[in-house]
Design a binder for this molecule. Sequence first.
Ligand SMILES: [Zn+2]
Length: 178
Amino acid sequence: MNTEALLAENVEEAEPLYVVHESPVHGRGVFARRLIPAGTRIIEYTGEIVDWEECCRRTEEKGGPIGHTFFFSLNNGMLIDGGTGGNEARYINHSCEPNCEAEEDDDDRVYICSLRDIEEGEELNYNYGLIYEARHTARVKKEFACYCGAPSCTGVMLAPKKRKSRSKAAAQAPASGG
Ligand SMILES: [Zn+2]
C-alpha cells in the first residue's frame, strides 16, 4: 500500500461513492458503493474541452458515432470529451428512468447528481438526451439503442428533438451519405 492509499484511508471524503465494473446494460457501468442520498454531487464529468469542429473530427476519426459517445455538450457551445483525459463519469450509462441527472455549473463544469436515494450496488444512470442532428433512421436508432429496461424505455438514447443543455452530444460523421 502506498502513502496516498494510507492517507485516503483516514479521509472519509476521499472514499469514492461509486465503483466501476461490468454493467448488465452496456459495457462498463458505475455503481453506488454505499447509500447515496438524494441531491448528492457524485462525480464531475471531466475531459478535454473541445469545440464542435474538433468533436466532429474526433468522431470521424473513430469511424462515426457508434453506440457510445463521450462528448458532453455545454451551454456555451463547447463540449467535454470524456474520452480524452476524462474520469469514470464517462462510464455512467443512459437510462430512460434515471436515478441521476447532469448539472452544469456557472463555470461550465458538469456534475452527476443523485435525483433520489440510491441504494448500495445500484447502477448510476442519467438521461443522455443525445443530440443527433441527422435524421433518426432505423440504422441510427440501432446504433443508439437503449437497453435500460425501464417500463418507459423509448428504445433509443437520442433526444426526440434538439436540446440545448445538459445533454450528451453525438457528432454526425461527415460524408456519411445521408
Ligand atoms: Zn431506455
